[in-house]
Design a protein around this ligand. Structure first.
Ligand SMILES: Cc1cc2nc3c(=O)[nH]c(=O)nc-3n(C[C@H](O)[C@H](O)[C@H](O)COP(=O)(O)OP(=O)(O)OC[C@H]3O[C@@H](n4cnc5c(N)ncnc54)[C@H](O)[C@@H]3O)c2cc1C
Length: 500
């Protein structure tokens, strides 16, 4: 059997890729090393934020699932930049890690035309216009278009103090597909990222702790509206702790010179912050619960590659958490990524156009960035396999377009993260006008169901109606002009599909 599309890796990118391609063609398959970890949030169980929530809204209109899954699993939500203009308003969720993962698995098993396989891909070979993908049992699959979404798993190493071991994430194996990329003359390099320790919630001392309540706000999509509210807390480092870290800074993998790559600029490790800002007496630490029934608390701001022993001592030096225990230790990870300048706007490799790359393998960081690329590679791989023209998202109509353009034109020197400041015309690229920007494209591409298309069109209709109501008394004929525009917008997809 020759598959139309095969996706390697069921992380945030792979999931969106397989879902979008399964809407366009059949014979699609996803191969991942561990089904239990499908859609696992590698680090912070938080979705959205500045720029990232814009991506999620765009993914929603393109028929993606990250919006629904995070609405379902949400336990705490915040609206960011509320006092600023609409174009930079953003939503940020704290989600339940287990609910999130389970919901994705549930959607997967309901989708009948997706074939799922748990396996490790070890080799890729080109055969005529097809690709042969070998798994570790030396069995192979033949495919027309391949999407590689292997995230942080290529040649990755984990660092905790002096200890270094191989792994794609803690307790997961890594893969060495870099050899294949080198054979086909694609440049690879190294980046790093890190995660903080998680402590036991039961031993936290709540006196004088700053509480962060959830905002009662809308969801990304309207599917679930539970308005859940689990409290988060804020703490600060103190002089005693800062001095302790300063004293032991040389014991961190970063300062031992074991890591020789750059990490995300906006989430530096605690030792990095103390080194770079020695005059800062206190650094913020957000205590974020990992779920409803979880005892784990994520210490946002305390990411570190210091040894086990030092991590334990750090916890003992912060008053409110000094009696708590570390459930998971923090670590740093260094991995290979592919220079994204070898890609087209449609995310396929320029000179081997049936291999698509998306997600952290392209040098980005973040679940949303990975999901956004996944949806584009999924659409294009599927369209290419049934001989349709590929879609190239534009900079002027979406943040997804900005993300892809930045990657393929500028490349990456450090893990790429989207921000609203990256948009030149950010007044136009808002979360609330995403229907106007992408609805018809999405319907035309065949990734939005008729029901959703009608649902979103009704929203557009109501927006127009409200405008009309304001102006109603002035000029009644405006209503009819707008109605004609709505009808054209509504049937634009049909017209383009069947007339042109
Ligand atoms: C320690 C750490 C901390 C992070 N911190 C943050 C953070 O705070 N905030 C944030 O937004 N992002 C963070 N990230 C990044 C975030 O996890 C990624 O950007 C995102 O998960 C990337 O999604 P992806 O789909 O590209 O890959 P991943 O989610 O990494 O998924 C890759 C999948 O591919 C599978 N796979 C890989 N190779 C093979 C193979 N050869 N055969 C079969 N299956 C394979 C793996 O099993 C895995 O399921 C962190 C990542 C790590 C590892």
């Amino acid at each position: 059997m020759i598959f139309n599309v095969i996706v390697i890796g069921a992380g945030h990118s792979g999931i969106e890729a397989i879902f979008s391609s399964s809407k366009i063609c059949n014979n699609v398959k996803i191969i991942t090393s561990n089904i239990e970890n499908l859609g696992l949030l590698s680090c912070n169980p938080s979705i959205g934020g500045i720029g990232k929530s814009h991506l999620i809204k765009e993914i929603e209109i393109l028929g993606g699932i990250i919006n629904d899954v995070s609405d379902y699993a949400k336990i705490h939500s915040k609206i960011l930049n509320y006092k600023k203009g609409e174009s930079v308003h953003s939503l940020r969720y704290q989600v339940d890690r287990i609910l999130y993962k389970n919901f994705i698995l549930k959607i997967f098993f309901l989708k009948k035309n997706i074939i799922i396989e748990q396996n490790d891909i070890v080799k890729i070979i080109r055969y005529k216009k097809y690709l042969i993908i070998y798994n570790k049992f030396k069995n192979f699959n033949l495919v027309k278009n391949l999407i590689i979404c292997t995230g942080t798993f290529i040649n990755s190493k984990i660092f905790i103090g002096k200890k270094i071991f191989l792994g794609g994430r803690y307790n997961e194996k890594n893969f060495s597909l870099t050899n294949y990329f080198n054979i086909i003359n694609i440049f690879t390099s190294k980046l790093k990222t890190g995660t903080p320790p998680r402590i036991d919630i039961n031993y936290i001392y709540h006196n004088n702790i700053e509480i962060q309540y959830s905002d009662y706000i809308n969801n990304f999509s309207k599917s679930f509206n539970f308005n859940k509210n689990i409290k988060c807390f804020i703490l600060y480092t103190n002089n005693k702790l800062n001095n302790y870290i300063k004293k032991n800074i040389k014991k961190s993998s970063l300062f031992l010179g074991k890591i020789n790559s750059l990490g995300p600029r906006y989430c530096p490790s605690i030792e990095d912050k103390i080194y770079k800002f020695p005059k800062n007496n206190k650094h913020q630490i957000f205590l974020e619960p990992e779920g409803y029934y979880s005892r784990e608390i994520y210490l946002n701001g305390l990411s570190t590659s210091l040894s086990y022993k030092i991590q334990k001592s750090i916890i003992k030096k912060i008053f409110n958490i000094k009696k708590s225990f570390i459930i998971r230790f923090g670590y740093n990870i260094q991995y290979d990524f592919v220079d994204p300048r070898c890609l087209n706007n449609s995310l396929n490799i320029k000179f081997i156009n049936n291999i698509f790359l998306s997600g952290q393998i392209n040098g980005t960081t973040g679940y949303e960035e990975a999901a956004a690329q996944g949806i584009i590679s999924g659409i294009n791989a599927a369209r290419k396999s049934i001989n349709l023209k590929m879609w190239k998202p534009k900079k002027w109509n979406s943040y997804i377009g900005i993300l892809i353009n930045d990657l393929i034109k500028k490349g990456v020197q450090e893990p790429y993260r989207i921000f609203t400041s990256k948009a030149k015309n950010k007044l136009f690229l808002r979360m609330d006008n995403v229907f106007f920007r992408l609805l018809n494209v999405s319907y035309y591409l065949g990734i939005l169901s008729k029901m959703k298309f009608i649902y979103y069109n009704n929203i557009i209709f109501n927006i127009y109606k409200n405008i009309i109501n304001i102006k109603k008394n002035k000029s009644f004929e405006f209503f009819y002009i707008f109605k004609v525009i709505i009808i054209i917008t509504k049937y634009y997809g049909y017209i383009k599909k069947y007339v042109f």
